[in-house]
Design a protein around this ligand. Structure first.
Ligand code: C2E
Ligand code: MG
Ligand code: MG
Ligand code: MG
Length: 276
């Protein structure tokens, strides 16, 4: 069977498989059938607001319930899905499942959905996402679209028009992993993101690094002058929350508040929160 080799590297060779090409074909077949068999599922990670730390949203993070290898993370299959032109079917399948899960959530909880760079380069893909949302009956104003800086750069004008399609439907836009890519300030302003998500690499060095704190402070000032909200990723420790809150960051996400979890666990969490 397949075997894990350190962080995220998977060996796909199996008995009788002679070449890397065959292994690759096997992976492709597996992913195609996984999508059909419902093995690709949404996990949910809480996003909490400060200072009360109530859950205000859930980020949808794809997982592959692999029959032999257990729960696989996106690092193992999203790129392949992109190469195979399966990323849009995958996103649509997630949206369908999210719609079902959201029916039992409190009405004011929103979801964040990650969109690949490639999906921003094709207006038809944006339309199909919106169609899926309308079909399954999720209120679009409960949806935030997350995209990375790099996704804007390939074809800026196209990205701009695709984003305006989402916006017209009432969805909000978040710039994911901020601080790791190359977005120009002009783009930031022009595309009118509702939110910046500070990459977890900045938070990771807190509280020790004064430099990281200065960067977060600068990002915070930038965001507020553009009228954008800020969410901090990757919060793992109590000392980090205190520093981040002091900077005026309005919400956060990280293992401290909750790891990505399957829908049943998310439901249980809401029941506990509502009981408080
Ligand atoms: P992302 O959108 O930046 O998502 C946050 C990632 O950080 C998630 O990894 C999450 O599990 C992880 N994380 C959250 N809090 C902490 C923390 O406190 N400490 C640490 N060490 N990690 C934390 P995950 O689930 O492996 O997802 C990785 C990336 O895969 C995502 O990064 C996103 O870019 C991509 N992705 C996930 N689902 C989808 C999807 O449905 N479509 C697309 N296109 N991309 C997706
Ligand atoms: Mg994200
Ligand atoms: Mg992120
Ligand atoms: Mg990230």
């Amino acid at each position: 069977g397949a075997k894990k080799q350190g962080s995220g590297n998977i060996c796909f060779f199996e008995a009788g498989m002679e070449t890397a090409g065959e292994a690759q074909n096997q992976r492709r077949r597996e992913l195609r059938s996984a999508l059909k068999q419902g093995e690709i599922v949404p996990y949910y990670q809480p996003i909490v607001q400060f200072p009360d730390r109530r859950i205000v949203a859930m980020e949808v993070l794809a997982r592959w319930n692999h029959p032999k290898r257990g729960v696989l993370e996106p690092g193992e299959f999203i790129e392949l899905a992109e190469d195979m032109n399966l990323i849009t079917p995958l996103t649509l399948e997630l949206i369908r499942q999210v719609a079902v899960d959201m029916r039992t959530w409190p009405q004011d909880i929103r979801v964040s959905i990650n969109i690949s760079p490639r999906q921003l380069q094709d207006a038809a893909l944006a339309e199909s996402v919106i169609e899926a949302v309308e079909q399954v009956g999720i209120d679009p104003t409960r949806i935030e679209i997350e995209l990375t800086e790099d996704s804007i750069l390939d074809d800026y004008e196209m990205a701009k028009s695709v984003l305006s399609i989402f916006r017209m439907k009432g969805m909000t836009l978040a710039l994911d992993d901020f601080g790791t890519g190359y977005s120009s300030l002009r783009h930031l302003q022009e595309l009118r993101f509702d939110r910046i998500k500070i990459d977890r690499s900045f938070v990771k060095k807190l509280p020790a690094s004064g430099e990281s704190l200065k960067l977060i402070e600068a990002i915070m000032r930038l965001a507020s002058s553009f009228g954008m909200a800020i969410t901090s990723e990757g919060i793992e420790r109590h000392e980090q929350v205190m520093l981040i809150e002091q900077q005026g960051v309005s919400s956060g996400q990280g293992f401290l508040f909750g790891r990505p979890m399957p829908s049943g666990a998310a439901n249980a969490l809401f029941h506990r929160q509502m009981a408080v």
